[in-house]
Design a protein around this ligand. Structure first.
Ligand code: ADP
Ligand code: MG
Length: 397
């Protein structure tokens, strides 16, 4: 896939009606309906301010939650319009519908430097089905499409990809930054390139392992998925997460690594416990010889040392997936040590995946990373080397 896409800087936006796909999928308080975290709205401000300054008339759109085609009032974007208006200190006109008469009228009357927001895109089932008539109705209100919701670019929906069939399409600053960071780190990494994978299951990350084996110099596997690799090498993993139907796959990957000259590292030791619980007693053991009544919940001390040494030598590190059940403090040491090693390193450091991003935040090192991707699913599909419909539809530079 080509990552070198046109951005809003590559097009004259003055006087243009711009359909801007934002990620305003914010958490709401179930009782009061208030926005409990406005991070995503704040993140969209640089793109919005730039476009307004350029004299564009901004028609913003987003989904919120999963109304699945039902007009659920509790998933209205009206609270987002109010918050956006406060943050920008300008009025944000809220449409009563998505492609209906009210939206069309507001859009047609909108002038350069003004901003409006359409109702929740997913009030229409046609959005997630990428219905061409729905996409065309959205596109008809505007002259240009700007994609700035990275969290949805892996989906071929009407507002993420479909509209680009009818309008010139470029990226906003958020998507441009993701493409620059994830695209560069994968296609042109500073070496040695160390990829670290963890998380619960091998089967979630089959494509990621394979794609990274093509690109990385070192591939580190930790977390729940590592026990399948330990077992594939003849180890005993007790009650640990292990996917027996993926043992052959793990062996294939080890053979592929050898062929490609990629150093594949798996944990040598573990912190195990009798049950999956925050108050379980941690028992140090070999990751190849975990007692039958125990399960591995974190990597052990030797593994931490092995992994962090590789990080210290790296030119680029891409990290997806925690090393253990970091949600339990007694089993967070492995994930914390990796996060801190990344923070200390001079390498380009890229974090992808929802739980990994949560981990670097939790350990207070997020701002010491080169880039923490905002797209959980989208960043994973990026690491798999898949074509992302919401990126492929943008104009090449
Ligand atoms: P990401 O969202 O960063 O892609 P994943 O969703 O793949 O990461 O995995 C994160 C989850 O994996 C965490 O909730 C963590 O508790 C779990 N996990 C990590 N190691 C283990 C383990 N040894 N046993 C069970 N669960 C684990
Ligand atoms: Mg996750």
């Amino acid at each position: 896939m080509q990552y070198n896409k046109k951005t809003i800087r590559d097009m004259d936006m003055s006087g243009k009606k711009v359909l801007l796909r934002c990620d305003f999928n914010v958490p709401l308080d179930k009782q009061t309906g208030e926005i409990t975290d406005d991070k995503r709205i704040v993140a969209s401000l640089p793109t919005i301010r730039y476009l307004l300054d350029q004299g564009a008339a901004l028609i913003c759109c987003s989904h919120l939650g999963r109304p699945k085609g039902e007009w659920l009032p509790e998933l209205s974007l009206a609270p987002v319009a109010r918050r956006l208006s406060e943050l920008l200190s300008v009025p944000v006109k809220m449409a009563k519908d998505v492609i209906g008469d009210d939206a069309k009228m507001l859009a047609s009357e909108l002038r350069g430097g003004e901003i409006m927001l359409l109702e929740n895109l997913r009030y229409h089932k046609e959005e997630t089905k990428n219905d061409p008539a729905f996409a065309k109705a959205l596109a008809d209100m505007a002259d240009v499409f700007v994609s700035d919701a990275f969290g949805t670019v892996h989906r071929a929906h009407a507002s993420t990809a479909g509209v680009a069939d009818f309008l010139p399409a470029v990226s906003g600053f958020l998507v441009a930054r993701e493409l620059e960071m994830l695209g560069d780190s994968l296609s042109n990494p500073k070496r040695p390139f160390v990829a670290i994978l963890g998380g619960a299951k091998v089967s979630d990350k089959l494509g990621v392992i394979q794609n990274l084996l093509e690109k990385a110099d070192v591939l580190i596997i930790g977390g729940g998925m590592s026990y399948t690799f330990n077992k594939a090498q003849g180890g005993k993993v007790g009650k640990s997460l292990c996917e027996d139907e993926k043992l052959d796959y793990a062996r294939e990957m080890m053979t592929l690594a050898e062929k490609k000259g990629v150093k594949l590292l798996i944990p040598s030791d573990a912190l195990a416990a009798a049950e999956f619980a925050a108050d379980a007693t941690p028992v140090p053991c070999s990751a190849f010889d975990i007692p039958d009544d125990l399960m591995g919940l974190d990597i052990g001390k030797d593994s931490i040392e092995l992994f962090t040494k590789e990080i210290a030598n790296a030119g680029t590190v891409v990290w997806n997936g925690p090393m253990g059940v970091f949600e339990f403090p007694a089993f967070a040491a492995g994930t914390k040590a990796v996060a801190e090693a990344l923070a200390k390193s001079d390498a380009v450091t890229i974090i992808g995946g929802g739980d990994s991003a949560a981990a670097v935040l939790q350990f207070g090192v997020a701002d010491q990373m080169t880039h923490v991707s905002t797209g959980g699913g989208a960043s994973l599909e990026f690491l798999e080397g898949k074509v992302l419909p919401g990126v492929a539809c943008l104009e090449d530079k």
